[in-house]
Design a protein around this ligand. Sequence first.
Ligand code: FAD
Length: 477
Amino acid sequence: RPSLLWFRLDLRLEDNPALADALAAGGPVLPVFVHDPAGEGAWALGGASRWWLHHALADLADQLDRLGLPLILREGDASGCLRELLAETGAEAVYANRRYEPAAIAQEAEVAEGVLASGAKIYFSNAALLFEPWEIRNKSGNPFQVFTPYWRTCREQGWPGPVRVDLKKLAKIPAKECPRSLALDELGLLPDKDWDAGFYEAWQPTREGALARLETFVREGLDEYEGERDRPDQDGTSRLSPYLHFGQIGPREVAAALKQGAGAVAAGADKYLAEIGWREFSHHLLYHFPQTPEAPLRPEFADFPWRENADLLRAWQRGRTGYPLVDAGMRQLWSTGWMHNRVRMVAASLLVKHLLQPWQAGARWFWDTLVDADLANNTQGWQWTAGCGADAAPYFRVFNPVTQGERFDPQGDYVRRWVPELAKLPPKFIHRPWEAPASLLEDCGVVLGNDYPEPIVGHVEGRGRALAAFEKFKSAR
Ligand code: FAD
């Protein structure tokens, strides 16, 4: 009898333990994807993620097609859809890989109950992480809340290698024996409005695209990673985040590729693995503290005196804060669905500190606009910036968006790329155009306050306001 392979955030055939287990069971394997927005709870996929998912599914369907198999697409409640498929196909088991978001865990429990009630079996494996969140504990048996000891404990376990999947064992399924499937377009994942042209330029959202990036990065980027990873003007990071999020490539595969490249590039590999470590840590935190996408890990921050203001939020979202590094990042995000990590930190800090907007509002915007939107990483990134998460930057440390720009984009090339209004300004003023002499601005064709905004709040004033809010909050406790 056949089994169902329920694809989730594990959209690959290699290093896929659920597929390996389904194959080991011996019968034919029917691959299924269920589009279940309601099953994501408050965090249904944003626009940019839906774009990526569409292409990742198209690619997975192509790979399966080459092996003589369909990808069966269904839409609706995952539990109901899978039970229907069990009944239609007479399958005896469902194989799947775990997810760690609260809504996905609840969905998993519901699916398991439904599958067992219909007399079939269900098995879950791990395709997404090097270490399951519950495997890593501190000496008192509790979850970690500080990265360094967490990662040290992980490292002591050694990296698991990729899971071997013998694709030759996949039995072809003739079209007439396949259960009905929706066409991919029927899932309606692509946008109605044409905002995605830049996405097509920036990304190849396929398994092949993931492998090519990994290969190029190990060959050309790893050596320099430690020095270049903070430079948004360089192509110094791997840009694997959306592939890792959707499971088109897995962290075990990435770790194995780094090992092959070790030796001359060992230092870069270590640093890079530590970033994969932050991804693991974020999932560890989300699993153990499932309230954190909405609520601060440090509960006292629930009373922080944010000053919600729709105009400030909008200016930030549109890349019109008057701080060139931040605006460049916000526009890169809108155009390509991705933003450099250093710029994410500075842009997020400006929103929560200078502008005193709640971190949850920023997290929501990122959720909708990032192709790598990931509930664990995004929550951790925002809480870290807002000072209310695990191992977070202390609240009183406020990034200066001007000096950050001068340090990490010294020639201003990143700003020139994304804020073309300022393209003609020399490096000396590109991160502080309001200090440029009027004649220079005129020569460069910039009218501040018109072509490009004045700073939305002065750095000294914004920083002072943030610190005053923090003092007030501390003394009220
Ligand atoms: P690389 O430097 O090549 O790193 C390799 C991989 O390690 C990344 O692909 C990612 O999976 C992981 N990683 C790197 N840095 C981090 C980090 N700080 N935390 C967790 N994992 C990390 N990352 C997401 O994947 N999704 C998000 O929704 C997300 N939201 C963020 C929000 C804020 C406010 C901040 C400050 C960071 C956020 N990050 C998020 C983390 C980080 O910015 C991205 O993972 C990184 O920029 C992706 O680019 P890359 O693949 O080139 O990174």
